[in-house]
Structure formats: structure tokens, C-alpha cells
Design a protein around this ligand. Structure first.
Ligand code: HMG
Length: 411
């Protein structure tokens, strides 16, 4: 069977960022808690003229513009988000219209908190592998705006962004080993957003425990999927990079430490606590931390967060890691999780994903500007227009009676 996976990938970020130091001072918190306790430097702020639709379409548009894919090649367009704009009309059909995708296309929105980006990727990969694609390609987009109540413990872990991926049988960026992925599901109330609320509710410490339990469960299923006959080898001997869902970067450290602990238990190793911690730290510094750079600057982008790590890996380390295997862990509250692996492709590092360029182009905002933007998005009937320097192709201009209006940017 041929390899299947990500042929090309492009990211999009809103043009504003809030330094966590600025937020800490306004909330009377020691900035070191955000920098070192959570591992964050800045968070992406979506202005009122961006929503899940524009973030998604702005991530995908450059793939068509650059010729990475053409419109008539796309037979499946999946949008993963937990920031839907309508209870019935999916984000995917707004995006389909903005991108002028061909009508002979299956398109829908997927939801399972942060996990649905991976659900969409796996659906697309298996659609190609099954032969149902008939030579066409899939476009998978993960798009989200993370919002918690102002002043809550979750506030510093907000963020926004989107990642668009073309999935095909030419996986120049990452061949996905979908045959041996491991899953875990369990009904829990760690994080949720009732239908009438814009901000998520969360049982923060419990959500961290749920994430780690899901990692343990998905990794056990992954090991089982690989077959009992396979000789046991610790993950750190097999994979050169580990990418985790990143609600905040310190979570990736907690996850990596837990993964190594599981492997140690399986090997029957009797290493002392101090030595185990030292080895986990060393492995984290080489195999995890380099891929967290974008998430440190973006914050939590929910469904897109894991794929921001992938974008960072491809752009900064892609050439060096070609032909090497990476392990990926996706977690969505509620909860569902998946542990899977992939081979970094021969085209990794040869093209930009946009992540570095867009991070460099962002404008920092003050706490007052952030507060004004949060107020504005809460007021229906407002008219929005992006300022000079906007890097996107489309913006949300407001609601006209019952209809949301999306306009192209004229340059
Ligand atoms: P909190 O109560 O503000 O923080 O909540 P804390 O008291 O637990 O402190 C955090 C860390 O900072 C601790 O380190 C402190 O020691 C340290 P740890 O013990 O964890 O190693 N600290 C300091 N460090 C240096 N200098 C200081 C200082 N003070 C304290 N002065 C929490 C933190 C993450 C819970 C909160 O921000 C939150 O609720 N965030 C939202 C939920 C979340 O991100 N959960 C993560 C797992 S669930 C998930 O990933 C799914 C999700 O993405 C949603 C989806 O699936 O759609 C959220």
C-alpha cells in the first residue's frame, strides 16, 4: 500500500499578540508564573474582523495561490473547529465558498474539542488510502479561537490560529502511519462550552489529569495496535521528535515526562527519581522543546495547536529530520485522544509554512487594546474592517440582519 499523508501545509495567524507580561501585570500575577509556570511568552489575539471562517480560509488560500494544489483536485474539504459560527451551517461551507472550491466536493465541519483536527486528518488519510478519493486530494483545516473569561485562570492560555493541510498520496511533508494509531475515549467534564456562551468553562487542574490519563490510554492502544509480537522499545529510541497538543507549553513537558515514565514502567527499569527526571529533561530539550516555539508565541489554538508544532518542526528542523519518525499526541477535552506516528517527508523544510513570517509580522497590543477588542466582538451590529498591514485574504465585516458577511481584501 502506498504512503499517504500531508503533501503541503500552510498556517495563518491573526495580526495581533498580547505579551503575557502585560496580562500578568494587569491581573496582579507574577509574570514568572506565565513564563515559567505555563511556558508562554505571548498569545495570539483574534480581532473582531477574524473568526473561525476567515482564519481557515486565510490559512488555505495561499496553497492555491502558490500552486501547491489546484481547486479541481480537492474532493474532500474538512474543517475542524470548536469555534463554530452557526449551529447548522458549518464553517466548512463558508470556507468552500470563499476559496471557490469545486462543487464536486464532500465538505463538512468536525467537532470534538481540540481533538477534531486529528479526526479530520485521519478521515482524510483513510479516504485517500481506501481508493475512494479516485486520485483527488483532501483539504483539512484546523481553525480556532480560544476564549476564557477575562480574569479567570484560563485567560493566559487563550490564543488563535489555523493550519491548512493538503492530504494526498504524495506525502512530501509527513507520511501518516494510520494503521497503528492508538485511541482513547472517556466521558469527562474537564472543559466545555454551553451553546449560549462564547467563553469556555474549565476545571483546570482536572483537565490536566484527564489529558495525562488519555495519553496513557492512547499510548497503550498504540502499543497494542503495533502487535504483541513487536519487541518492546522505548519511544525515545524510536522517534526523533515528539509533538503534543499544547494548551500551554508546560503541558507538553508534563506529557513527555509521563510518556517516559510509562516506558520505564514497561521496561521494569529501577532508575531513581532524580535520574529519571534528568533523563526526561534531556529528552524534552532535544525532541520536544524545539517544536514548541510557535505555541509559546501563539498560545492555545485548540484544534490547530498540534499542527502548529508540526509547522514549526517542518520549517525549522524539516530538512534535518527528513526520513525520521515523529510521534504525535492529540487530546480533545471531553475527552478523546490519539497517539500516532509519521515519517518526515522528502519535501520537509523546502517550502515555508508561513509560521515564522506571520509571527514576525504581528503587532503587540496593550492590555487596554485587548480589552477593547474583546468588548467589540461582544457587540452585534458592529461593522468591521481590517487596518493596513492585514496579511489575510478575507475578513468578517459583521452580521447583516441574519447573514454573516465575509469580504475579500482588495489590495
Ligand atoms: P492555575 O491555577 O492558574 O495555575 O491554572 P497553577 O497554580 O496550577 O500554576 C501553574 C504552574 O505555574 C504550576 O506549575 C505552578 O507551580 C507554577 P506546575 O506545578 O504545573 O509545574 N507557578 C509559578 N512558576 C514560576 N513562578 C511563579 C509561579 N507561580 C505558580 N511565581 C491552568 C493553570 C493550566 C489549570 C489554567 O491556566 C487553566 O485552567 N487553563 C485552561 C485549561 C487547560 O489549558 N487545560 C490543559 C489540559 S486540557 C486540554 O489541553 C484541552 C484544551 O485544549 C481544550 C480542548 O480540548 O478543546 C484546554
Amino acid at each position: 500500500m502506498r504512503d499517504v499523508g500531508i503533501e503541503s501545509l500552510n498556517v495563518y495567524l491573526p495580526m495581533y499578540s498580547l505579551p503575557l507580561e502585560e496580562l500578568a501585570r494587569a491581573r496582579g500575577v507574577d509574570p514568572e508564573k506565565y513564563w515559567f509556570g505555563l511556558g508562554l511568552e505571548t498569545m495570539a489575539i483574534a480581532p473582531p474582523w477574524e473568526d473561525a471562517v476567515t482564519l481557515a480560509a486565510n490559512a488555505a488560500a495561499p496553497l492555491f495561490e502558490s500552486g501547491a494544489v489546484s481547486r479541481d483536485e480537492i474532493g474532500l474539504l474538512l474543517v475542524a473547529t470548536e469555534s463554530a459560527v452557526d449551529h447548522a451551517k458549518p464553517v466548512s461551507i463558508f470556507v468552500h465558498e470563499l476559496l471557490r472550491a469545486q462543487p464536486a466536493c464532500r465538505t463538512y465541519e468536525l467537532k470534538h474539542a481540540c481533538y477534531s483536527g486529528t479526526a479530520a486528518l485521519m478521515t482524510a488519510v483513510q479516504w485517500i488510502a481506501s481508493g475512494a478519493a479516485r486520485g483527488r486530494k483532501a483539504l483539512v483545516i484546523a481553525t480556532d479561537i480560544a476564549r476564557y473569561h477575562r480574569g479567570s485562570a484560563g485567560e493566559p492560555t487563550q490564543g488563535a490560529g489555523a493550519v491548512a493541510m493538503v492530504v494526498s498520496s504524495v506525502p512530501h511533508q509527513l507520511a501518516v502511519d494510520f494503521r497503528s494509531s492508538g485511541s482513547f475515549a472517556e466521558g469527562v467534564f474537564d472543559f466545555w462550552r454551553p451553546l449560549d456562551r462564547r467563553e469556555a468553562l474549565v476545571d483546570g487542574q482536572y483537565s490536566v489529569d484527564c489529558y495525562l490519563r488519555a495519553l496513557e490510554g492512547a499510548y497503550a492502544d498504540f502499543r497494542a495496535a503495533e502487535g504483541e509480537g513487536t519487541a518492546w522499545q522505548p519511544a525515545t529510541d524510536r522517534y526523533r521528535a515528539f509533538l503534543y497538543h499544547v494548551p500551554f507549553p508546560k503541558m507538553a513537558w508534563k506529557a513527555h515526562r509521563r510518556l517516559l515514565e510509562i516506558d520505564r514502567r514497561m521496561s521494569g527499569s529501577e532508575l531513581g527519581a532524580a535520574e529519571s527526571e534528568r533523563l526526561a529533561q534531556a529528552s524534552f530539550e532535544t525532541a520536544v522543546s524545539p517544536h514548541l516555539a510557535a505555541c509559546r508565541a501563539v498560545g492555545n489554538s485548540y484544534t490547530a495547536s498540534l499542527y502548529f508544532c508540526l509547522a514549526e518542526l517542518l520549517e525549522a528542523q524539516g530538512e534535518r529530520l527528513r526520513g525520521q519518525r515523529a510521534a504525535l499526541f492529540s487530546y480533545g477535552s471531553g475527552c478523546c485522544a490519539e497517539f500516532f506516528t509519521g515519517m518526515v517527508g522528502s519535501g520537509a523544510g523546502s517550502t515555508e509554512t508561513g509560521v515564522r513570517r506571520l509571527l514576525a509580522a504581528r503587532r503587540p497590543v496593550t492590555i487596554d487594546e485587548y480589552e477593547v477588542m474583546r468588548e467589540a466582538e461582544d457587540s452585534p451590529g458592529n461593522e468591521f474592517r481590517p487596518p493596513e498591514g492585514f496579511q489575510g485574504h478575507f475578513y468578517y465585516s459583521g452580521t447583516d440582519r441574519d447573514r454573516r458577511r465575509y469580504l475579500p481584501v482588495s489590495r
